[in-house]
Design a protein around this ligand. Structure first.
Ligand code: URA
Length: 428
């Protein structure tokens, strides 16, 4: 096998065999193929695309680059969900106890925040005492007993993906259908669950800008899942607006508890949580979607899901009533009358990164207490002088600049827009 011959073949639009793709992936993972050489390979995929078969070969080779997790001691059907990255996305915290209360198992390895995207592990670490590093026996026992455990991602799953993703980010080759499909599916298949629900964000700030290309990506991921005998559903969701009312680690845990206990439920967050839970329950328990929806709603409304959440957190050493939430606050007040027709999630995420919610190139530690709570959301009426948002912070910040950016993120107009559902489509 020879690197130059493989590249020549790609340039001539000839299809690659598994052995050729595997040669590149294996040798990039072990350091024998340089970043420069790999960039050429990735840019050829980015510009020319890959056939379905080649995308499957790429996925399989990435799975082979790391550990394959087998949950042989688990007595529950394992279901998983993956989000391609939302702002204020606390869905894992909400749906895991809902599906666990329906007899299924969530044995999840999650990641930390990076750039504009939050990470479930940071959210959980904002709960004092929560241990993200259970050993295998503790992890499996907790999933069997309670139905859910979320720990920090092992570095050993789909090893090639981490290296490739970092390089894609550097060379601007992220938004490519075969590269996204192989990246997501290699991690999910190697992680061992039977059912995989993908929350595919579509919109301005997402990797997938339009519904047509998102649908194409969804179909390829489902086909790869079928090859591996997994039940996969892709829920295409609108990502232009933040999910729920809070963005920030401890603030999102608080919103999760308000949501599960029934104290306050943001409408869009409820729609998405129940949709994702329903597909996980329907495919996991092999029951019709309508019945699964009713079961999800029932355990949410009778507090069974909230009880599972509390048991889960306690079992991992955390106390949900003791969050890392010490912060100063200031309020941003509306200077307009009208209706909120849009909230730019990307702009809010940029502010959050500035005040320490996520990790960036310059920041390796997160501020668990920092973030934004929206007092008004999309389609709400607002009057001049009413509170739009509250900022939680600990660093020295330029308040005037942040205020300006928040006001800029809210689009307020005289006429109320027609309400759009957060769910764009579901592909099975
Ligand atoms: N999420 C992933 O895990 N990989 C991608 O390439 C894009 C989104």
């Amino acid at each position: 096998m020879n690197y130059d011959l493989i590249i020549e073949k790609m340039k001539k639009n000839k299809r690659l065999k598994f052995e050729e793709i595997n040669y590149i992936i294996t040798n990039f993972t072990n350091g024998k193929i340089s970043e420069e050489e790999m960039s050429t390979f990735l840019m050829l995929i980015y510009n020319k695309g890959l056939s379905y078969k080649e995308t499957l070969y790429l996925t399989n080779s990435m799975i082979k680059s790391g550990e394959f997790i087998v949950f042989e001691d688990l007595n529950r059907i394992i279901v998983d969900k993956h989000s391609t990255g939302g702002v204020g996305d606390k869905i894992t915290l909400i749906v895991s106890p809902i599906v666990a209360a329906n007899g299924l198992g969530v044995a999840k390895m999650s990641s930390r925040s990076l750039g504009l995207t939050g990470g479930t592990i940071d959210k959980l670490e904002s709960i004092n005492g929560y241990n993200v590093n259970l050993n295998k026996e503790e992890f499996i026992k907790q999933v069997n007993d309670i139905g859910v455990s979320v720990i920090s991602q092992t570095e050993r799953v789909a090893v090639a993906d981490k290296k490739i993703y970092a390089l894609r980010d550097k060379i601007g080759a992220v938004d490519s259908i075969p590269l996204i499909a192989s990246s997501i599916m290699s991690k999910k298949i190697a992680s061992g669950s039977n059912v995989i629900i993908i929350d595919l964000k579509v919109g301005k700030g997402a990797f997938m800008k339009d519904a047509k290309s998102a649908k194409k990506l969804a179909k390829i991921m489902i086909k790869i899942g079928k090859y591996w005998n997994k039940s996969v559903a892709v829920i295409m969701t609108d990502m232009n607006v933040p999910l729920g009312r809070s963005i920030g680690n401890s603030l999102e845990v608080k919103e999760t508890m308000d949501f599960l206990s029934g104290k306050y439920r943001d409408k869009r967050l409820e729609t998405l949580s129940l949709t994702i839970s329903s597909y996980m329950i329907s495919l996991g328990n092999n029951i019709p979607l309508k019945e699964a929806y009713k079961n999800a709603k029932r355990v949410l409304d009778n507090n069974e899901a909230y009880d599972v959440f509390k048991k889960w957190i306690k079992s991992q050493g955390g106390n949900p009533n003791n969050l890392k939430e010490k912060a100063s606050t200031f309020e941003v007040i509306s200077d307009k009358n009208g209706f909120i027709n849009n909230i730019d999630a990307e702009k809010l995420a940029e502010i959050c990164s500035e005040i320490g919610v996520n990790r960036t190139d310059k920041r390796t530690e997160v501020d668990y207490a920092a973030g934004i709570v929206l007092n008004k959301t999309i389609n709400d009426k607002i009057t001049n002088g009413e509170k739009l948002a509250t900022i939680y912070y600990n660093e020295t910040i330029k308040k005037e600049l942040i205020k300006e950016k928040i006001l800029d993120a809210f689009e307020i107009t005289g006429i109320k827009n027609k309400e759009k559902s957060i769910i764009i489509d579901v592909i099975l």
